[in-house]
Design a protein around this ligand. Sequence first.
Ligand SMILES: [Zn+2]
Length: 376
Amino acid sequence: MKPTIYLVFVDDWELRGNGSGDVRELQFKPMRELTSLYQEFGVRGSFNAEVMQQIVFRQNQEKHPELRELADEWEHHVRETYRQGHDVQLHVHPQWSDAELVDGKWRLTSDWSILNYSLADARKLLFAGKSYLETLLRAVDPEYRCVSFRSGSWCIAPSPHILSLLVELDIVFDMSIVAGVRYDTRNIKLDYTQCEEDFLPFYPVMTDARRVSTKVEPLICVPTNCFYASRGYIFQRQMNKVRQRLFSETQSINASPSAPAYGAEWEQVGGSKLGRIYERAIKPYVSGQHYISDLAQLNYPLLSEMLTSIRERARKSGLSEVPVILENHTKDVKDFSDIKRFLSDVSRSSDIKCLTLTELASKLSSGAFSIRTASH
Ligand SMILES: [Zn+2]
């Protein structure tokens, strides 16, 4: 029997990790564009609103009145989006704590990973974020509550206290595990290459969400989806790159001046040069190219491969209903046409339904979806 797939369209809605970027260009405009596409195809999406940034804007609005205007617009967009039936949930980038505005630019000097904060400091940050969002959205719906969490830069494991802190916050599930990623950058060090569950909801070992617990726990993890592109696709992509390189010899390419600085934040620093070449050029042919299911980073052929992989894995799970969390970063979307084609495919597929994060939380709580433990 063909399983029913419940797709959750999630978007991490925020400025760039180093605090750069124009809020109107990177957040407000693409949010309006995306919600109007959702409207067109009858999809209700979910936005993980990065709240620390907004709190810092509010803290600095007396000194910088332009920040008050932007913070008001931020609230307006969040409330309107929620009013339209989309969901808004909690996302926190701790590097915004103690941020300073110097000559019109944000200086973010705090640690990027919530895992490096003491329990008391992490508790303060997360409670502040949750309470800001709940106060804002209860004006629209008194029943609103934060039920899910996505940690900034995926930082959730291992940690002696972060999952218990989420329980304290009344969070139903976390979606920060994305199997297969490994970051060794100047800001983030994490290794999710050995996750025990990369597709289905599961109960985590409370000190290490990369592992599946042998028993029911007070918190659920739902991995953010990832997949491996086919060899055919990788070969095609290499050929296109060669073609582009030949073409660019006769063309001058004007890279955006802000692009290199942004990219540098995510440059891998660890390991040998040879190791990095292997990761980039050889490994994709051996074990397939790993992709996070991040719509902003995928073209239409990859989005289709992603869907094929999801269907295949849902079928192999033997379950009749499987929830899958997709990712997006509207700040990185230059052109919505591939996402539009994908939404159109989804809306015409009889085996796919769409859920918001809040709906997913209530289905998980009511037992509508199976949640894995290590014993079966
Ligand atoms: Zn983020």
